[in-house]
Design a protein around this ligand. Structure first.
Ligand code: HEC
Length: 85
C-alpha cells in the first residue's frame, strides 16, 4: 500500500513511544516499553500489535480504532518491528 506508516507513527505515537521506539518520559511514566527489546519483539505477534493499537490499554494508552483505518493500523506494524535492535 502507499500508506506512510512512519508518518502515522510520528503523528499519533511518538508523544509516548518516541521517534525511535524508546519511550519518552510521558510514555515511560505510563508504562511503555522499548520497542527495540528483541525479547519483546520475539514473543509479540503482529496480531497482538494490531490489537493493542485498536484497543489500547485503559489509563495507559488510548484506543485508535476510531481514529485510524484497519489499513493504517496494519501499516504501523512494520514501523514497530523496525525499531528492533
Ligand atoms: C498516551 C501515550 C501513548 C500513545 C500516544 C501511544 N501509546 Fe502505545 N503504549 C503506551 C503504553 C503506556 C503502553 C503499555 C501498555 C500496557 O502495558 O498494557 C503501550 C503499549 C504499546 C504496545 C505494546 C503492546 C504489548 O503487547 O506489549 C504497542 C505495540 C503500542 N503501544 C503501539 C502504539 C502505536 C503504534 C501508537 C500510535 C498509533 C501508540 N502505541 C500510541 C502508551 C501510548
Amino acid at each position: 500500500s502507499n500508506i506512510d506508516g512512519m508518518k502515522l507513527f510520528l503523528q499519533h505515537c511518538k508523544t509516548c513511544h518516541g521517534v525511535d521506539g524508546n519511550p519518552t518520559d510521558l510514555g515511560e511514566g505510563l508504562g511503555a516499553r522499548k520497542f527495540a527489546d528483541a525479547e519483546w519483539q520475539a514473543k509479540t505477534s503482529d496480531e497482538r500489535i494490531i490489537e493493542q493499537i485498536n484497543e489500547g490499554t485503559p489509563e495507559m494508552m488510548m484506543p485508535f480504532k476510531e481514529k485510524l483505518t484497519p489499513e493504517e493500523v496494519k501499516a504501523l506494524v512494520p514501523v514497530v518491528r523496525g525499531f528492533k535492535k
